[in-house]
Ligand binder design. Structure first.
Ligand code: ADP
Length: 160
């Protein structure tokens, strides 16, 4: 049986923190699906449309065998079932991530007890990095070269 893991998120846009986690996950599992959410949360609105978020991920992960990138909407545990996957990958940067992730993990476990969530920590260079912060710095004219892959940089510069 192939071990398939799903890494869900907004990836709005993908950063080197996400890429770091993707590399760690591919070392542990046979196949990784990076699943880009199209459901905006109540207070959330995306900066990049889903097609752009997918394109930036695909261009940034070119050459990563065993990784596929796709969009999903609806309940994550239902989506996992359609992909015959039982592992969710999430990242933990700081304590501040913990409460939300804790709540989501236990809720997903309630909804689908066979699903396990695995948390990975990025390289310390990326522990303070978020897509929101990167967009804000880029918008204000700061350098984000160290934080995002070239396909993202190109689009951020175009938009700023
Ligand atoms: P979401 O809206 O689902 O939190 P994100 O794209 O912001 O989507 O994050 C997806 C996952 O990646 C989350 O588990 C988040 O903690 C993790 N993540 C985001 N940025 C980083 C980073 N710099 N290092 C490690 N993990 C990260």
């Amino acid at each position: 049986m192939k071990r398939i893991a799903v890494y869900p998120g907004s990836f709005d846009p993908v950063t080197y923190g996400h890429v770091d986690l993707i590399r760690r996950a591919t070392a542990l599992f046979d196949h990784l699906i990076v699943a880009v959410t199209t459901n905006p949360g109540k207070l959330m609105s995306f900066s990049f449309p889903v097609e752009e978020r997918l394109a930036m991920l695909r261009e940034s992960l070119r050459g990563e065998r065993r990784v596929t990138v796709e969009a999903f909407h609806g309940l994550l545990v239902k989506y996992l079932k359609t992909r015959k996957a039982r592992i969710i990958i999430r990242g933990l940067r700081a304590i501040s991530d913990f409460e939300y992730e804790f709540q989501m993990t236990l809720m997903n476990r309630h909804l689908a007890s066979q699903v396990e969530t695995v948390f990975l920590m990025p390289d310390e260079r990326y522990t303070y990095l978020s897509s929101t912060l990167v967009k804000e710095i880029a918008r204000l004219g700061g350098r984000v070269t160290a934080f995002v892959p070239p396909p993202v940089l190109k689009r951020l510069l175009k938009n700023s």
